[in-house]
Design a protein. Structure first.
Length: 238
């Protein structure tokens, strides 16, 4: 229950951003209100962090971890203790420091092998671009399909996945994808991937200038028969 306006005003008057908080009377709602202040002093954040009752709140822990003035040792400790979907939420918060978002993404990626299929599918639909890119490597079709259609996934993430151990089914799906198959850098990555179907490889190859195609094929992992076919096609364009 939110405090009465007079109570909130009393708290605001007695605990400005530069002052410490009276943790004996602080409730979850009041703590969250304080943590919503962008200029809240680190000392005040430490006061909240020291309140064991308040720190049982997932909202409070998340708010402290994402606050710009949270001492780094506190923020890192809290991030490592966050539940999977709280960790995902943290990585998407615009107020969270960029370096800590990176830590959160890495922690999430390290947990992927130990969470359920349903959780991975849910993550793929909502997570950051970096985690979505990691989920493209998942062996379960429903996971990488959800990641491939994620609005946060970027071209760079798709290219990186194609350079790694993505499944043949995922590669074929990318090669036909209405969005990703049109991107020049992704087409080049597909021409270097061993699992790209011949028909799609041929289509992408025909759209590249001969010198560029020659360079791509030099480092391509496509089967030798397909590369030989593409080189023959290339010779015919001279």
């Amino acid at each position: 229950m939110m405090p009465e306006p007079s109570q909130a005003e009393d708290v605001a008057a007695s605990s400005p951003a530069s002052a410490t908080l009276d943790s004996a009377t602080l409730t979850e709602d009041l703590a969250l209100a304080q943590l919503a202040e962008h200029n809240l002093a680190s000392g005040a954040i430490e006061e909240i962090n020291g309140d064991s009752a308040l720190m049982k709140s997932r909202k409070v822990r998340l708010a402290i971890a994402s606050h710009a003035h949270s001492p780094r040792r506190i923020a890192l400790k809290l991030i490592r203790e966050l539940y999977t979907f709280d960790l995902m939420q943290f990585a998407l918060l615009p107020t969270a420091p960029a370096d800590l978002k990176h830590v959160a993404d890495e922690l999430l990626i390290s947990r992927l092998a130990s969470i359920t299929l349903g959780e991975r599918i849910a993550l793929a639909r909502r997570c950051s671009a970096k985690v979505a890119g990691a989920l493209l490597l998942d062996k379960e079709t429903r996971v990488w399909q959800a990641a491939l259609d994620s609005p946060r996934l970027t071209e760079a993430n798709v290219v990186k996945a194609l350079q790694r151990t993505v499944t043949a089914a995922c590669v074929e799906s990318v090669s036909h994808h209405a969005k990703w198959s049109l991107r020049p850098e992704i087409r080049i990555a597909l021409l270097r991937n061993a699992h790209t179907p011949l028909a799609r490889a041929l289509e992408f190859a025909r759209r590249l200038p001969p010198p560029q195609l020659r360079d791509v094929l030099h480092s391509s992992r496509l089967p030798e028969k397909i590369k030989a076919y593409l080189r023959k096609e290339l010779e015919g364009r001279k």
